[in-house]
Design a protein around this ligand. Structure first.
Ligand code: ADP
Ligand code: MG
Length: 242
């Protein structure tokens, strides 16, 4: 059984096709990089997996649970850190997490314990009573990821989690996510920092114009391209023919 199994996914917005008959399977425990230029359809695919967008055609299964017919089970299995964060700016870190846990029926006492653990792991515990709008960009992203993990999902999807963050904050996040993956969490990461994908992802899929352009084991792909940097390989693979 796969962590995520996408079969013939099409996502249309009106008459515009954002995802075009995409099939993709991600094994359990994998650290998978979903790459591709802006507008390729990565976030649309992620929104279909997580129920934020309706599927036009095709099926998606999360650990065998269909995201449409078995959506309650499927939702519990996935945690999503969205590209565009939606958090009430006047909530404290603590409140954000306890509130989110409520959606999954986790009682406040238990949620507070989990929030404490996550905020400590992220090194932001001392800021727990700070309201969201006063936090730095890096801390905001950490709260968003902690929020994605509060219900203990089996799969974590990170949609451009490191965009705009400084080098140290990015490295801190890498370490945290890598550790979670080692402990068995399946991770799906979208990023435009290809050195990040190279360092973290066992396998990558490149999406262009709503289709899976190429899928490969990261190290094998590098070997095939004389150990060039992933960035160079990516550009040569996604270059539009004039
Ligand atoms: N809600 C929406 N309504 C209409 N078009 C959308 C919507 N969301 C995304 N799109 C379009 O779908 C395409 C894919 O977008 P998206 O999935 O966000 O790409 P990516 O995450 O790879 O940058 C883009 O052309 C984008 O403008
Ligand atoms: Mg996107």
């Amino acid at each position: 059984m796969y962590a995520i199994e996408i079969t013939g996914l099409t996502k249309k917005y009106g008459s515009f096709t954002a995802v075009n008959n995409l099939s993709l399977s991600i094994p359990k425990g994998m650290f998978y990089g979903l790459l591709g230029p802006n507008g390729a359809g990565k976030s649309s695919t992620i929104h279909c997996i997580t129920g934020l967008a309706n599927i036009t055609q095709g099926t998606i299964k999360v650990l065998g649970k269909d995201v449409v017919t078995d959506y309650q089970e499927a939702r519990k299995l996935v945690g999503l850190s969205q590209q565009d964060i939606h958090i009430d700016p006047y909530f404290t870190m603590d409140q954000v997490l306890v509130y989110q846990a409520g959606y999954f029926g986790i009682p406040a006492g238990e949620a507070k314990k989990r929030a404490e653990k996550l905020l400590k792991q992220f090194g932001v515990w001392e800021k727990r009573n700070e309201i969201y709008r006063k936090l730095s960009g890096g801390m905001k992203r950490k709260v968003e990821i902690a929020k994605a993990l509060i219900h203990k999902p089996k799969i974590l999807i990170l949609d451009e989690p490191t965009a705009g963050l400084d080098v140290q904050t990015r490295k801190d996040l890498w370490e945290f996510i890598r550790e979670q993956n080692k402990q068995g969490l399946t991770v799906i990461l979208t990023t435009h920092y290809l050195e990040e994908a190279e360092a973290l992802c066992e396998k990558i899929g490149i999406i262009t114009e709503g289709k899976l352009h190429i899928e490969a084991n990261t190290q094998e792909l590098k070997k095939q391209h004389k150990n060039k940097k992933l960035e160079e390989i990516f550009l040569s693979l996604t270059e539009k023919k004039q």
